[in-house]
Design a protein around this ligand. Structure first.
Ligand code: PLP
Length: 406
């Protein structure tokens, strides 16, 4: 035990610079959030729920204004009625794309759970509705293939250019909003009517800006990841330009109801408090990623991204040689969880995923991955996608376990 304590202290010393930068970013983002709370005069009245149609639901409407402001958009949909990130993304896609339109993804194949939204016949997918899908992969070094993208945008004038900031279940790196600027400006110059949409899952508050700050029309994500701060019980958000959000709102509810309706009797305190906590909690998770990454790297495992690189999501991937090593890692996350620590996760067929997936999520909010959690499809290369941790101390306990086990 003494050994593990010393190893962790040494790892923390090596990470001092990274931790300082994480603290600076959290402080910067905390100010942004507090400013918005003050500007929109958040009071305890905003926490009360509504029922039925939810006309004039102050809590719902004020929360949306805060998200729009903090994330650099004009308008937002923030709702427990969006069941998850996948649902929020799907709402954006169906809201914007029409039969004959082209959706051009420029970061490779989107996240696994979106595939059935994109492809298939007779399943109400976009393909089923006649939307044309085109894909450009990232380059080997996880950079945008700008030449190819600009050529395609000029030729196709696509209705949508789609990006995924986080890595999903791939071994590429997550993308920095700062690096998106040149891409977005180029796209808008060649095709001003094109909507730029970013799946921002896991990216919120990791850096000082969001993709909307550099010209994305829409960003979208899950409230049981970063922006829920570990407290939001469910939901999704969509932030963007007024034009884009108005269009998406017609699909979110219907063309006449738009954003006028939607109630949540439980009230909104957890959504507000979670958003307030989020910059700090994201920082805790990021520090945990660095620490676990350092421990595993020092043991000879490859980690993505490397610890000398600035992260753009709250995930650290650890690459294992065998499925057994991977499964042990995921199961260890579960044994150190505050909830269901006695359960043993096993690889399983999950809705929305094509490979078997193993998931550890001993979380307060079911499946919430801003909490210490880990998930991996069982396919080579055997990569554990580890993320979250509401407190750095909790992740440190996981790191101690890893020192004993590997
Ligand atoms: C988690 C995630 C999603 C889907 O979110 P769910 O809430 O699990 O439906 C989509 N894209 C990325 C990159 C994600 O990480």
């Amino acid at each position: 035990m003494a050994d593990a304590t010393i190893i962790i202290k040494e790892a923390e010393k090596k990470l001092a610079k990274q931790f300082e930068e994480i603290d600076d970013i959290a402080f910067y983002n905390q100010k942004k959030v507090l400013d918005a709370f003050n500007e929109f005069r958040v009071s305890s009245q905003c926490f009360h729920g509504s029922t039925g149609y939810g006309y004039d639901d102050v809590g719902r409407d004020t929360l949306a204004k805060i998200y729009a402001k903090v994330f650099g958009g004009e308008k937002a949909i923030v709702s427990p009625i969006l069941t998850c990130g996948t649902h929020a993304i799907t709402t954006v896609l169906y809201g914007i794309l029409r039969s004959g339109d082209t959706m051009l993804t420029v970061t490779g194949l989107p996240y696994d759970t979106i595939h059935d939204t994109l492809f298939g016949k007779g399943n109400s997918s976009l393909e089923d509705y006649g939307v044309i899908y085109k894909q450009i992969d990232l380059k080997e070094n996880s950079e945008f293939d700008l030449e190819k993208i600009f050529a395609e945008v000029e030729a196709l004038k696509p209705k949508m250019v789609y990006l995924q900031r986080s890595r999903g279940y791939s071994n590429r790196k997550a993308l920095s909003p700062y690096k998106m600027k040149e891409l977005f400006e180029g796209v808008k110059k060649l095709s001003p009517e094109t909507y730029i949409v970013v799946d921002n899952c896991y990216g919120e508050f990791v850096d000082r800006i969001e993709p909307t700050n550099v010209g994305a029309d829409v960003i979208v994500g899950s409230l049981i990841k970063n922006p829920g701060g570990g407290l939001a019980p469910t939901g999704g958000y969509i932030v963007g330009t007024e034009k884009a959000i108005d269009l998406i709102a017609t699909r979110y509810t219907n063309p006449s109801l738009k954003l006028e309706l939607g109630s949540f009797e439980m009230g909104y305190r957890m959504f507000y408090q979670g958003f307030f906590m989020s910059p700090h909690t994201v920082a805790q998770a990021l520090k945990g990623c660095f620490l676990v990454g350092q421990i595993m790297q020092d043991k000879g495992y490859k980690i993505i991204p490397e610890n000398n690189e600035k992260p753009q999501d709250i995930i650290k991937s650890v690459v294992f040689n065998t499925p057994e090593e991977l499964i042990k890692f995921v199961q260890t996350v579960q044994t150190i969880s505050p909830v269901d620590s006695f359960a043993l996760p096993l690889p399983w067929d999950m809705p929305g995923y094509n490979d078997q997936v193993i998931m550890a999520a001993g979380t307060f909010v079911g499946g919430a991955s801003l909490e210490l959690s880990c998930d991996s499809p069982i396919r080579a290369p055997y990569i554990a996608y580890f993320q979250g941790g509401l407190t750095y101390e909790h992740v440190k306990m996981f790191a101690e376990k890893l020192i004993e086990l590997y």
